[in-house]
Design a protein around this ligand. Structure first.
Ligand code: 5GP
Length: 123
């Protein structure tokens, strides 16, 4: 998949669409999800143009990758999620139902989060 610079997170990065910012540094932006699935639901995105976690892992520089995961840790700590626990998730491609084609890590917390995956719909 080629990167679409008109995707919604690219527009947030360019300041064309507002977002409730949680954290920002040279490599990373984090903001609240518009449709939260838990009391804490934050999206962490790299500033570089990567479609998915696969694209990011394959093409991003070591600095970008290190910066990204250092930021995830910092954000989780700042949100008070380390002791109670939290979940991260990244949807990649069709089977995962990825909606926005700019790599993002969901960060969920604030309550017990239940089973790791939803049951598939009954046949
Ligand atoms: P995906 O399904 O791609 O893993 O997740 C995309 C996420 O982006 C969804 O949880 C959705 O609620 C969130 N989202 C979509 N559009 C916007 C937006 O304009 N602003 C914010 N803050 N979140 C959005």
């Amino acid at each position: 998949m080629t990167y679409d610079p008109e995707n919604i997170f690219a527009k947030i990065l360019r300041g064309q669409i507002p977002a409730k910012k949680v954290y920002e540094d040279d490599h990373v932006l984090a903001f609240h999800d518009i449709n939260p699935q838990a009391p804490v639901h934050v999206l962490v995105i790299p500033k570089g143009a990567y479609v998915s976690i696969h694209d990011f892992g394959a093409k991003a520089s070591a600095d970008e990758i290190t910066g990204f995961f250092r930021a995830v840790s910092k954000i989780a700590a700042e949100l008070g999620l380390i002791e109670p626990g939290f979940r991260t998730l990244s949807n990649s491609g069709l089977n995962a139902g990825q909606e926005v084609p700019h790599f993002h890590l969901h960060l969920f917390g604030g309550r017990p989060l239940g089973p790791m995956l939803a049951r598939p719909p009954a046949p």
